[in-house]
Design a protein around this ligand. Sequence first.
Ligand code: MN
Length: 234
Amino acid sequence: MSVASYVIPAIEETVVPVEGGGQFPVRRIYCVGRNYVEHIREMKEADERDPPFFFQKPRDSIVLHDEAVPYPPLTSDFQFEGELVIAIGKPGRDIGTDTALDHVFGYAAGIDLTRRDRQRDARDMRLPWEVGKSFDASAPCGPITPAASGGHRLQGALTLSVNGQERQRGDLAQMIWNVPEIVMQLSRQVKLAPGDLIYTGTPAGVGAVVPDDVIEVAIEGLTPLRISIAPPED
Ligand code: MN
């Protein structure tokens, strides 16, 4: 089908810059629901040994380094979750943990922005999580560092600060499900394909932000991500 046959404007691609050059086109955005014991405890959530579960964010909810996120509607408890992001570079399904890292193109620092009040409502009413998790500009993602040059991220400090003050500190080694296990588990549910991003869960210390706040996420071995919160859109 040629571009000229579209009856509405073509959908814009979503891309994330890659360290060393080039751009990573985004296909789907997955997120792990719970992956650090201390965060499960602060959320007073279910059994710490439960298998991981996944939810999605819209592809066009990506926000890049140094961009601003408008304070979203429908919340008064807009929270950050600093997370390692896996960028998938090779397709596969039913991937084993022994070959999982072959499917990883690289890694980035990311934030799973959350309407915590709406997420709690959904949980209490046993409704889907979309209103709490899957909204416009809810998936900030820093530049991707290829595994080929930067290696894999199985351990290393993850910190998140707001206005220069540290709010979250964890280590990737504290993940309940590590990178190969996440790739294995998700690839049982869906076919993974190049362009998929997986947000891998957050350590303890999540909290709320307001307009004019600046959030920075730093992960050892990766380029830091910084975004700001802007006033609500008119
Ligand atoms: Mn999260």
